[in-house]
Design a protein around this ligand. Structure first.
Ligand code: FAD
Ligand code: SF4
Length: 506
């Protein structure tokens, strides 16, 4: 038979639909230099994907597949053409990519070559695309919470008959503990880079020296066996405290009680459903409290599935959303932490540069919040997140950054802008105590920029925000402030923003 399956770098799932429905043992995998140079991706992100692809190749070979693997091919098209010609392939199977660009490319394959192309359904999510679209079509306002409850009920996850386990759908109130000094954070199980990974790291540092980020070692799993060991360790040792401390931030430890599993889920080494079921089982076995199990399930079966669905359901117009009409460019310190003396941002950027990771609240309430209240163009913020994180893919970055964190869709995904003064960061982190700015001051020399920028943000966007989302309280508070103080904040914001250097730095 002259069939073959094209497996893409974020489709490293052993029972992926394209392989399953093709019935063939012929596999094509391509490392595309063109793709790798389409952005200045974090070196760690590139190294992870390439190493995971090479490990997937080796496993497939061990299982008896014929893998035609192209290391550092110029681009996909030339490698695919070569494969088709050399093997006289009649039909190519490929699973539908989540990213729009990838899906478009796959659809165009039969034009490039006059071969038959069968695109199989993407099975990397719990909720198939058509089910999400059906749900969306029935909603007046498509809230994540409603989607999440539907998923819990239809998949019977953490359910007690018809009721949610623990008697409530939402335990967010119990999940806002401040970081405590006495907490200790266990490191994830050590993963030594093997020969394959070391070679990839050398290749990346050699081929893409100017890309963002530091890359000495990966120390994360790059195959299915390792991924399972990794998530089991999280469930056994961290999930218990995940819930209460999910919003807390500390200087010395970026991962804390988070799973750092998005990098694995996003390429198929873990399936979201198995992560959800493992958390549910830990609760049923009385190993973790309901607020932790529910919190984790909500992140994956709620937020992750919902964001993917919303991405697929929107068009590429999402990239031009700019509800708040922001015009500023991203400050240079987003690429180099040494260019800021704001301790929270310094810590966040440093972690991104060194590891490609920060947890959700650092993304949303430090990096995202600053860009939002400073009035940075949403597309620039989104491009930055896409290039600099180890787990970044367009389908997950654009709805999270453009819609959720920058409120650029005017409130479809987030019901109110995630804008805050220093108060929130001071409450939920240990950053402020080591900062040259004071989280309590608004106008003095050492006033925290988040404080005056926050009032400036509210004032600047009054017409757009007053009647949008749940902003009534914030505007009531604004009106109670001394007008001279607000004026001074606006002036200070202008001076501060104009003093920031902009443009890429590294
Ligand atoms: P945990 O706290 O352990 O959470 C468990 C899992 O839930 C994650 O692994 C992830 O798969 C899923 N999850 C939780 N929240 C979300 C969400 N909002 N959207 C999608 N999945 C979610 N996630 C990415 O995978 N890639 C990104 O590039 C990315 N960029 C983001 C940018 C911004 C501004 C924001 C606000 C969020 C972003 N997220 C992104 C979502 C979320 O922050 C990360 O998935 C999470 O922090 C990954 O770390 P973790 O695995 O330790 O998460
Ligand atoms: Fe960040 Fe302001 Fe706190 Fe400094 S004082 S760490 S800038 S929130």
């Amino acid at each position: 038979e002259r069939y073959s399956v094209l497996v893409l770098g974020d489709q490293l799932k052993p029972d992926i639909s394209s392989i399953a429905s093709s019935g063939t043992k012929n596999i094509l995998m391509v490392e595309s230099v063109k793709k790798c140079t389409s952005g200045k991706w974090h070196k760690r992100r590139l190294a992870f994907v390439i190493s995971a692809m090479r490990h997937f190749r080796d496993v497939l070979k061990d299982e008896g597949f014929n893998v035609d693997y192209h290391e550092w091919a110029d681009d996909f098209t030339s490698a695919i053409n070569e494969h088709i010609e050399e093997n006289d392939i009649e039909k190519l199977f490929v699973m539908k990519p989540v990213n729009r660009e990838g899906a478009g490319f796959v659809n165009s394959l039969s034009n490039i070559n006059s071969i038959d192309v069968e695109v199989t359904e993407n099975d990397m999510f719990i909720c198939p695309e058509n089910e999400f679209v059906d749900w969306l079509n029935k909603q007046r306002s498509p809230l994540m919470e409603n989607f999440y409850r539907t998923m819990r009920k239809t998949r019977k996850v953490l359910m007690d008959g018809k009721d949610p386990a623990g008697g409530k759908w939402n335990f967010d109130k119990e999940n806002r503990e401040k970081p405590k000094k006495e907490l200790s954070y266990q490191e994830p199980p050590g993963f030594k880079d093997d020969k394959t990974t070391k070679k990839v790291i050398d290749d990346i540092n050699d081929k893409f020296p100017d890309n963002f980020g530091k890359l000495n070692s990966l120390e994360v799993p790059v195959d299915r066996k390792g991924a399972l060991r990794y998530i089991k360790d999280f469930i056994d040792n961290k999930l218990e405290k995940f819930g209460p401390y999910e919003d807390a931030m500390v200087s010395g430890n970026m991962v804390m009680y988070h799973s750092r599993a998005s990098i694995l889920m996003n390429v198929g080494l873990l399936h979201p459903e198995e992560c959800v079921r493992m958390a549910e089982k830990a609760y049923n076995d009385k190993k973790v409290p309901i607020n932790s199990a529910e919190g984790y399930v909500r992140q994956i079966m709620g937020w992750r599935e919902y964001m993917a669905g919303m991405y697929i359901a929107t068009s590429s117009k999402i990239l031009s959303y700019n509800f708040l009409n922001c015009k500023r460019s991203l400050p240079s310190f987003y690429w180099d932490e040494n260019l800021t003396d704001m301790n929270c941002l310094y810590n966040a950027v440093r972690s991104v540069r060194e590891t490609g990771y920060t947890h959700h609240i650092v993304r949303l309430m430090v990096l995202g919040n600053f860009a939002l209240i400073a009035g940075i163009m949403p597309k620039e913020v989104s491009d930055w997140f896409l290039e600099t994180y180890e787990d970044a893919y367009e389908w997950v970055v654009t709805p999270n950054v453009i819609c959720m964190s920058q409120f650029a869709d005017g409130g479809i995904i987030a019901t109110k802008p995630y804008a805050s003064s220093a108060n929130y960061i001071n409450k939920m982190s240990d950053y402020c105590k080591d900062c040259k700015y004071s989280p309590h001051e608004k106008l003095k020399e050492n006033a925290c920029p988040f404080n005056y920028l926050y009032w400036d943000f509210l004032k600047r966007n009054r017409k757009r925000l007053e009647r949008t989302g749940r902003m009534g309280l914030a505007y009531n508070l604004l009106d109670k402030q001394d007008p001279d103080m607000i004026k001074a904040c606006i002036k200070k914001s202008k001076e501060f923003l104009e003093s920031l250097k902009t443009g890429r730095q590294y």
